[in-house]
Design a protein around this ligand. Sequence first.
Ligand code: F6P
Length: 565
Amino acid sequence: MGSVCLVTAPIDATATSAWAELLAHQAGFSPDLREWFANDPGRVERLTFDLADLRVDLSKNLATDDIVASLVRLAEQTGVAERYASMLAGEHINTTEDRAVLHTALRRPAGASPALVVDGQQIDEDVQHVLARIDAFAARVRSGEWKGVTGKKVTHVVNIGIGGSDLGPVMIYEALKPYADAGIEARFVSNIDPTDIAQATADLDPETTLFIVASKTFTTLETLTNARLARQWLWTKLAEAGVIGDDEASRTDAVAHHFIAVSTALDKVADFGIDTENAFGFWDWVGGRYSVDSAIGTSLAIALGPEVFRELLAGFHAVDEHVRTQPLHENVPVLMGLLNIWYSNFLGSQSHAVLPYAQQMHRFAAYLQQLTMESNGKSVRWDGSPVTTDTGEVFWGEPGTNGQHAFYQLIHQGTRLIPADFIAFVNPAYPLEDGGADVHGLFLANFLAQTKALAFGKTAAEVEAEGTTGALVAARTFGGNRPTTSIFALSLTPPVLGQLIALYEHITFTQGVIWGINSFDQWGVELGKQLAMQIAPAIEGDTAAIDAQDASTQSLLAYYREHRN
Ligand code: F6P
């Protein structure tokens, strides 16, 4: 199956009858969650879903049953289910790169039937083969069988990568740190700002450090620069300690013991000097921002354990199966994607907050920013024609309760509509009591309080009833009707985290299909990369390169050259 490049024109969502229905709903739309809740005792039950281990409550969204029905018709009329089936089958839905999009294949269980064969590749076999190699390698590092050049066990792995080769691993590592049980700490270096690698290595012992160079293309400037800096650091530190000489053979041996790689370009890995025996591959049908479940997760398999990595994959797969099998009106990622369409295309919202009530998820919003915004920040559709409506909201967020003391004010009382997803867990990773009171319970009370305040607000009459008078009444009034989705799970476990990530992948997919977007390319990052290479000589004073710049860039270059140390 596969090898079909789908450059057929997307269905224009704005030309469907469902879109016309939604425009009719939009006209004079005046949501009233207080009234909806008071008059409709079945609303919560109807709009609460179990998605694998996630309890998802959509009832505090600004949508009536009629609106939800029109949104579901929009998904039907724009072919969301058909496009999903095309993706799973390996059709080349990444049209601009003529590639299949098969991150879902990375989490198919061993022995899944029928076997997936795409473009002549035995996908399942290849995936399982790499997974088995990662398992075995991770086990060797964790047990101490894999040794550094002086025979010591690895205590630190440093993942060097950026974008999809960084954000997923670091987010998951932070979220699942309580599972790190082998005495191995993971660190992550991404930025070409030399501060990043300098700080990450400052207190490390080169004899017990293992670097993972993670890059799909193995051409990314930041990653290769940092990899070279790390290699130099290793050689210098080992030489200073008198452990290796500065001859070629010693240096090669040091790299062999302290560097591994993850990439689709194993020839380039070899050029860098890393033995491809110590490299883990993946394939061009895995997009960078969808790659944490590929060998890009090797740092996780080492630090958290291969079992944890497999449990994560199982979590992803559970949601893939839900999306594949559930009808659109009960398909949670599809419904959440549709609600986002409602807010951004009909109610004027431009951003979407994701607010985990879990400190461990402090990198989740950063991860989602690449997933959602690199995927759907597009102005043309998959056939090259212009989009017919706004696309791609700004995703952002911070864990509660920190955000409550920073930006929630604007969500509660500002003039902009900001739909927000709250994510919380019944049980804490660290159960602590304060004077006999369960601190996690207090934390959860805040999650519940915020979603309640946003939905139902506080009327002027209620404010006055508390004794407030005059101008303060307006200031203390909350309009309510600020939409939220609550996602609740028992604990932040590996499968639950996999489910959460897959949920947002499929929300992103749903929106992309409705907008007619190829969510799997990222041409928008290319221009900046090209220009940086052109400007680099100007930084060093190359006159021709300076002359080639615009006046503003020249002025900034002059400031830099005048003041640099
Ligand atoms: O930012 C562009 C991008 O290509 C991302 O899509 C990707 O995740 C990142 O750069 C890193 O790319 P690579 O894994 O090839 O180094």
